[in-house]
Write a protein of this length. Structure first.
Length: 162
């Protein structure tokens, strides 16, 4: 019984994904000003609080752009940060959330959309500035990111370049 329920759930989610296709973002979503870019997958927004809010992109991982703790600077890390900085700094974004809204470090987890509607998480992966990295239960767009990464790798884009 449990096995058939799991299969049915997977089927239902797959069908829903196919029906919905790529993410569609509302023009009426609240917009936030990006005040600082930390690295290729993390940045700060002005949210009305004194400090602002730290945002971590869901489903993607960019190479490290600076040495911190035990982490070394990653291949293509500085390029990923520069790319995200050009896209976001002093511009407005809107956020979409999944099941878990924060990670163990207190960062807000979000899917991010640029003012023109570009789905940022996917855009970074499909251009080789980040790679797929998901942590259940936040897997809403895992198929979208998987396809984007396949295209980037096949085209030798960004960190996949030869």
């Amino acid at each position: 019984m449990k096995k058939s329920f799991k299969l049915f759930a997977v089927f239902l989610l797959s069908a829903l994904f196919l029906y919905c296709g790529s993410p569609v973002h509302s023009e009426e979503a609240e917009k936030f000003l990006v005040t600082k870019v930390v690295d290729g997958d993390t940045f700060w927004i002005k949210d009305g609080s004194p400090k602002g809010q730290k945002i971590r992109l869901i489903g993607v991982d960019a190479p490290e752009s600076r040495r911190t703790g035990r982490k070394e600077i990653g291949y293509y890390g500085k390029e990923a940060k520069a790319f995200l900085t050009d896209l976001l700094l002093n511009k407005y974004v809107s956020l979409e959330f999944d099941v878990d809204r924060t990670d163990r470090y207190g960062r807000t987890l979000a899917y991010v959309y640029l003012e023109d509607g570009t789905f940022l998480n996917k855009y970074l992966v499909e251009n080789g500035y980040a790679q797929l990295m998901t942590y259940p239960p936040n897997v809403k767009y895992v198929e979208v990111f998987t396809a984007a990464q396949t295209r980037a790798r096949e085209s030798n884009l960004g960190l996949w370049g030869k």
